[in-house]
Design a protein around this ligand. Structure first.
Ligand SMILES: NC(=O)c1ccc[n+]([C@@H]2O[C@H](COP(=O)([O-])OP(=O)(O)OC[C@H]3O[C@@H](n4cnc5c(N)ncnc54)[C@H](OP(=O)(O)O)[C@@H]3O)[C@@H](O)[C@H]2O)c1
Length: 272
């Protein structure tokens, strides 16, 4: 089974943009809740706090699933491997579970970073490799370039954005999607539909949004600083949305709201 699809690892705890004591407290609350998968990145500048908080938990290494992402500034032959080694040192690990390319290469040519990603895996620096923010065309390109499995393309995914082209590419290439910005950084709460549907399941608006994503077949990465939200975001495995409610939520895809676009990340690709 793909690493992301076990019941526990389907729910990752995200660490952006948290740092220092706020991040330590959030990770401690997440571990207490039951999260065992954690998502960081070189660009978040919080790998060492993440590593210290995970080490402080006392959990065995085998119980954890740790993802980090190589930043675009390290996509050169000289910088890539040393940057991954620095990430491992910061995380206090010999190997991460998943190493992702955080973004497509801003140069427009992904061949070199894909080759370096494979090499990092061959050197044992990571168990699995994957992508993030890749377009459908880039997913096909990556599938053709990389010989082994690519276990994920981590992308923005929530009900206010139509990602049907990426879902089709995931089916075609066998590279699954996982979601970030699952509650669109709070934008979803402007839509009364989620609380309305939630009332009939005894669940909150956020839980309805997250359940919709899971039922679309994606693992979720959520982040919160509040213990009650951290818990709520984990308690999404004990109910199933009806096909009618799934379709009511699908209708919001036409909203076209995107959190992470070129205004925030100038080198973001032309998204599907
Ligand atoms: N690969 C990439 O390029 C990329 C990009 C962005 C994010 N990510 C990853 O994905 C993770 C999650 O994405 P994100 O943090 O950007 O966006 P998000 O999960 O959509 O939004 C996080 C915000 O929503 C609030 N929130 C969370 N759960 C809630 C709940 N149950 N009820 C009410 N409010 C809630 C949190 O506030 P409170 O603290 O007040 O609860 C927080 O401000 C990040 O931490 C990061 O690890 C990856």
């Amino acid at each position: 089974m793909n690493i992301l699809f076990s019941k526990t690892w389907q729910r990752s705890f995200g660490t952006f943009p948290l740092k220092d004591s706020v991040l330590e407290a959030a990770i401690a609350a997440a571990i207490e809740t039951g999260y065992r998968a954690f998502d960081t990145a070189q660009m978040y500048e919080n790998e060492s706090t993440t590593g210290a908080a995970l080490a402080a938990s006392g959990l065995p290494r085998s119980a954890l699933c740790v993802t980090t992402k190589v930043g675009v500034g390290n996509f050169t032959t000289g910088k890539f491997m040393p940057s991954v080694e620095a990430s491992l040192a910061a995380l206090q690990l010999d190997q991460v579970d998943m190493l992702l390319l955080h973004w497509p290469d801003p140069s427009g040519d992904n061949a070199r970073s894909l080759d370096l990603l494979q090499e990092a895996q061959a050197r044992g620096l990571t168990r699995h490799i994957g992508l993030s923010n890749y377009t459908a065309a880039m997913m096909r390109e990556a599938r053709a370039r990389v010989s082994g499995p690519l276990v994920v393309n981590q992308v923005e995914f929530h009900p206010l954005l139509d990602q049907s082209r990426l879902l089709a590419a995931a089916n075609e290439t066998g590279i699954p999607l996982s979601s970030y910005c699952s509650v669109a950084r709070g934008e979803v709460f402007r839509y009364p539909l989620f609380a309305e549907i939630g009332a009939s399941y005894g669940k909150s608006a956020a839980q309805i949004v997250l359940r919709w994503i899971l039922q679309k077949g994606l693992p979720i990465t959520t982040m919160s600083t509040k213990p009650e939200n951290i818990r709520a975001n984990f308690e999404v495995m004990d109910f199933t949305l009806s096909s009618i409610d799934m379709a009511r939520i699908d209708a919001l895809n036409a909203t076209g709201f995107r959190v992470v676009g070129r205004d925030k990340v100038p080198y973001a690709p032309e998204f599907d």
